[in-house]
Design a protein around this ligand. Sequence first.
Ligand SMILES: [Mg+2]
Length: 234
Amino acid sequence: MNWRIGELIYWRIRELVNCKKSLKVISFDVDGTLVDLEYNDLIWFKEIPELVAKKKKISFEKSLKFVHEEYTKLGEHNLNWYDINYWISYFHIEISPNKIFEKYETQVQIYPEVIPLLEELKKNFILIVITAMPREFLVPKMKKLEKYFKFSFSALSDFKELKNSEIYSKISKALNVYPEQILHIGDHWEFDYLAAQKAGMNAIYLDRSNTKKGNFVVNNLTEIKRVIRDKYNN
Ligand SMILES: [Mg+2]
């Protein structure tokens, strides 16, 4: 009889371990991962400098240089860097952010492999997005994609922070799954790959420029199917 109990306990433990390990949620970054950066670039490097040029009565080239320098001075580790309202008031320009978002909405480009991949993944996994950008930036980009995603998180709007390991931990708690059951994919080495990994998630670094190598580096999103197959045998 004893060996049976032992076997049963072993089976239960194995079940628990498997359960903890099984992949449930696939999480995507948005900019540079699902949609290209053109839309953001049009806002930061065309619309804003155009408005600043008009306001200051300087040439577009001069304005672009000035605006670019101001962005760099602040840097991507400062929350305001991502906040269009901050820059609108910083440059003393008068426009509603929504007007800008709508103006360029038709320019949102989804990478070609995204929709077929999501169609496939949605059958077996819960799909979510985690972006650094404020939620208002997410709206135009997700119009054609939102039907695939159960939840979307904006580090800035929802947590008032950059994408860091605490945010990823909070998200896995909010979803009520172990971090190990989440696979996060994104194109920023620090904010996507390292931060998600530090929180205990599985992370894939998307390197569309093809410069980094490794098991957990992919050059386009279709390759994540291989990673999922190899790691989870499903
Ligand atoms: Mg990105």
